[in-house]
Design a protein around this ligand. Structure first.
Ligand code: PLP
Length: 399
């Protein structure tokens, strides 16, 4: 049980990451009403796609209902079919991996490294030694931090494997001057309500491949063939984005850089606030990468971890002097009406993927980060005063 320290609870809850609206969104939504483009066709969709292409520097963008739908099309159009083995990031949100299964493919889960928390190139090499026939890699840029893209691309090129990039959390991030969302042969971003910018929901498929973009448009609108009646030769979906949602996204696009700057300030403030504690933040390659700082995470040093026992649905922990654990910190945050969250639970630990192969280079980085890490409140509407209170309550846990 967390013993309260004297930090006053916030009157209004501070969220992990909630939507931040600016007003311009309404203008574009109203325009859709006024012109009666209340459909999955319209100017907002075209403009939102143009803006995404500009920001990311790719040739094609296809606006879809969700990031998950975009990943499904990306995986299908990359050629994943029944029985296809696919290397997937293990430490991620489940939507990275599920689309492989929608296609009947078999995810083989690849561990993370400690430098960026993303797919470990060493584990990927081992995976190719074990499964040289694999031709698809689905990788994520977790919490907005670019993966070791250059090394992974080299390995994939050597084995003739395609990259499907899940940039759902990393829109606006850069690595060696390349934008997240253009690392993959096909890439995906999300506009879910908690992402760096939002349309309430929504996603996009991004690529330089004209055929893939054209096919994504076709498949997302029930795969109509070119005929005056309803003619279909391929299995399609109803995955196209609404013009209303695209209006919200169009308004939000202008604020992407502002949101990133605010998220970065939050990261820096936590870093300064925790400098004397036995913890570290989610790291990135400071020379080559510019994350979008979507979520700041912290990891408790091994020697400062109190005993924490998690089973499939509950957790217990001990109160130990000078030590703490993520569960205690999460309780402490809750006690002041602030929202935190454990790090994503690795996919190989999920009952759903129990029988899938999991490959790591040494130990399990993902399990260790899940055990010792948590996501901190990162809402950009949080005031510096509120963040100071959060820092204070985290310090209390080490008391
Ligand atoms: C949010 C998210 C998705 C899915 O995006 P939706 O738009 O919610 O479907 C996929 N992968 C990761 C890593 C995400 O965080």
């Amino acid at each position: 049980m967390f013993l309260a320290c004297d930090v006053k609870p916030f009157e209004k809850k501070v969220y992990l990451s909630s939507p931040t609206m600016h007003g311009e969104e309404r203008v574009f939504v109203k325009e859709a009403f006024d012109t009666n483009w209340m459909s999955t066709i319209g100017k907002n969709i075209d403009e939102a796609e143009e803006l995404a292409k500009e920001k990311i520097g790719c040739k094609y963008a296809v606006a879809l209902t969700t990031g998950t739908a975009a990943l499904h099309l990306a995986v299908r159009l990359s050629g994943v079919k029944k029985g296809t083995k696919v290397f997937c990031s293990d430490l991620t949100f489940i939507a990275t991996v599920n689309p492989v299964v929608y296609q009947g493919g078999i995810p083989i889960l690849i561990d993370s490294e400690y430098d960026t928390w993303n797919m470990d190139p060493k584990a990927l090499e081992l995976a190719f030694e074990k499964y040289p026939e694999v031709k698809h890699v689905v990788l994520v840029n977790l919490f907005g931090t670019p993966c070791k893209y250059k090394e992974i691309r080299e390995i994939c090129d050597k084995h003739g494997a395609k990259i499907i990039e899940d940039a759902a959390e990393s829109f606006g991030a850069q690595y060696r001057g390349i934008a997240a969302g253009s690392f993959g042969d096909v890439s995906v971003i999300s506009f879910n309500g908690n992402k760096i910018i939002t349309g309430t929901s929504g996603g996009m498929l991004l690529t330089d491949d004209e055929m893939i973009a054209a096919m994504a448009r076709k498949l997302s609108t029930q795969s109509r063939d070119d005929a005056s009646w309803y003619q279909h030769s391929l299995l399609g979906y109803n995955y196209r984005m609404s013009n209303i949602i695209a209006g919200v996204i169009r308004g939000q696009m202008q604020y992407l850089d502002e949101h990133i700057a605010a998220k970065k300030a939050i990261y820096e403030r936590y870093k300064e606030g925790f400098k004397d504690l036995p913890v570290s933040l989610n790291p990135y390659d400071e020379q080559n990468a510019e994350p979008n700082f979507w979520i700041t995470c912290m990891v408790v040093n091994k020697e400062a971890m109190s005993r924490q026992i998690r089973n499939d649905s509950t957790v217990t922990y001990d109160r130990e002097h000078g030590k703490t654990c993520p569960s205690e910190i999460l309780d402490a945050l809750k006690s002041i009406n602030a929202e935190g969250r454990p790090i994503w639970k690795p996919m190989h630990m999920q009952p759903l993927f129990e029988s899938n192969d999991y490959i790591s280079a040494n130990g399990s980085t993902g399990e260790d980060l899940f055990e010792r890490g948590l996501c901190l409140p990162c809402d950009i509407k949080m005031t510096p005063g509120q963040q100071d209170a959060i820092i204070e309550v985290v310090k209390c846990c080490f008391g």
